[in-house]
Design a protein around this ligand. Structure first.
Ligand SMILES: CCCCCCCCCCCCCCCC(=O)SCCNC(=O)CCNC(=O)[C@H](O)C(C)(C)COP(=O)(O)OP(=O)(O)OC[C@H]1O[C@@H](n2cnc3c(N)ncnc32)[C@H](O)[C@@H]1OP(=O)(O)O
Length: 160
């Protein structure tokens, strides 16, 4: 199934967490699920922290990109953008906060839910809940900021 990440242009599709063109990355897909957003991911055994449990850095990374993907979905909705080819709004993480409530068991599918708690013209706050085996293991909050198409390119790139 496609996610918002499939509507980023190629030069914004290299992200380790969500870039569809990063063969070493997580390649997550984020979608609406009613009024909330959802991303699913199955950790591999090499994502281990201690045997049986998922490494926290991976979980933070999933929340990070679920947050930016959710922000892009919310901005597209707010601006009445019909997703097609590479016209998705692109957001970067300004702030990421993660709380580990319980060790996250490895081996089953992780589900991350997102609630859009604040949205302005350029900024979206997303509250995230990460579940494994139907157990709430991690919560997070992402503040994502909309960036222009030339974000990250050298200022004089068009002179070369
Ligand atoms: C290197 C990146 C490559 C990504 C290419 C693009 C790819 C897109 C598609 C793929 C998605 C992948 C994304 C994955 C997720 C990452 O891993 S992204 C990598 C980690 N993040 C970064 O490197 C971002 C570094 N920071 C920045 O570039 C700049 O600080 C930002 C975030 C663009 C904001 O700068 P700015 O545009 O000058 O922002 P500014 O006008 O001051 O603030 C805008 C709003 O955000 C708020 N804000 C800004 N910073 C913060 C903060 N730290 N805490 C709270 N609020 C804040 C401000 O208060 C303001 O709010 P309002 O006043 O409007 O209510």
């Amino acid at each position: 199934m496609k996610g918002i990440q499939d509507y980023y242009p190629d030069h914004f599709a290299q992200c380790y967490g969500c870039g569809r063109l990063n063969e070493h990355g997580h390649q997550i897909k984020t979608n609406w699920n009613g009024a909330e957003t959802i991303t699913k991911f199955v950790p591999k055994t090499y994502h281990t922290a201690i045997p049986g449990f998922v490494y926290g850095g991976l979980l933070a990374s999933l929340i990070d990109c679920h947050g930016t993907g959710s922000a892009a979905l919310a901005l597209a909705k707010a601006k009445n953008i019909v997703l097609d080819k590479s016209n998705a709004p692109r957001c970067v993480t300004a702030s990421l906060q993660v709380k580990y409530l319980k060790p996250t068991p490895i081996g089953s599918e992780i589900e991350i839910k997102g609630i859009i708690s604040e949205i302005t013209e350029r900024k979206v706050k997303v509250s995230c809940e990460l579940f494994a085996d139907d157990m709430l293991c991690v919560t997070g909050e992402v503040i994502a900021v909309l960036v222009p198409d030339n974000f990250g390119k050298p200022k004089n790139a068009n002179l070369q």
